[in-house]
Design a protein around this ligand. Structure first.
Ligand SMILES: [Zn+2]
Length: 232
């Protein structure tokens, strides 16, 4: 991280805006899982006190994007394969039902917003910015939860979607780990048709497909110390 980054120029002043900027950078793969987040360095980049940085890092640790260890400071979370399975299994449990509710509630302007998300995501892919496309495809999912108007579940989904981004960053196997365009198109169509059964089925198969696109085998470059690597 250097002083000359875009986020440094914008100088977000509150812990909320810094948490948002860091979250975006994590989503967009600008900061890799496991990266140390040094308070002094961040305070310098954003031109704020360490107290503000500490509050921002606390916010991110609540949604499990950042891990804070006593005496070791904060780093970007680096989910294990077990956590990765759990996150996608939780999404497979929650999101199909949410898509069903969204199909029953979606208004014309909701459909327009979803279509705008899809075209932004497509534009990011065209511009060879898969990190931004990934961020936008996550927003598409949280937007459906918002339409369903189930605030508590939407909160869970938002956290799960953010964690999915880290998981995809670590366990990327093929391009289609990004939400495939046709899957989102079909979902929007089901919502526009108010077809609750189709929306539920499409969301389930979309998430199962996404889950299976990840290469969930423990990465030994990340988890083994030199001693472990040489003695196992
Ligand atoms: Zn998707």
């Amino acid at each position: 991280m250097t002083r000359s980054t875009d986020s440094a120029l914008k100088r977000p002043a509150t812990s909320e805006s810094i948490a948002h900027a860091l979250s975006l950078a994590i989503h967009e793969h600008k900061i890799a899982p496991g990266t140390k987040l040094v308070e002094d360095e961040l305070a310098d980049i954003y031109g704020v006190s360490r107290t503000v940085i500490r509050a921002a890092l606390q916010n991110l640790s609540h949604v499990k994007l950042v891990v804070i260890r006593r005496n070791k400071g904060a780093s970007v979370a680096s989910p294990s394969t077990t956590e990765a399975h759990e996150v996608f299994e939780a999404r497979e449990l929650l999101e199909p039902r949410t898509a069903r509710s969204a199909a029953m509630r979606a208004t014309r302007s909701d459909i327009k917003r979803l279509e705008r998300h899809m075209s932004d995501e497509h534009a990011a892919l065209e511009a060879s910015d898969p990190g931004r496309a990934l961020y936008l495809s996550g927003l598409f999912h949280t937007e459906i939860a918002r339409i369903a108007n189930q605030t508590t579940i939407a909160g869970f989904i938002e956290t799960l979607v953010a964690r999915s981004s880290l998981i995809i960053a670590l366990y990327w196997r093929r391009e289609s780990a990004l939400c495939e365009k046709h899957a989102h198109h079909a979902l929007v169509q089901a919502l526009a048709d108010k077809n609750a059964d189709a929306a539920e089925d499409l969301m389930r198969s979309h998430l199962v497909d996404l889950h299976s696109a990840l290469y969930l085998r423990e990465r030994n470059d990340r988890t083994l110390s030199l001693k472990d690597a040489l003695t196992q």
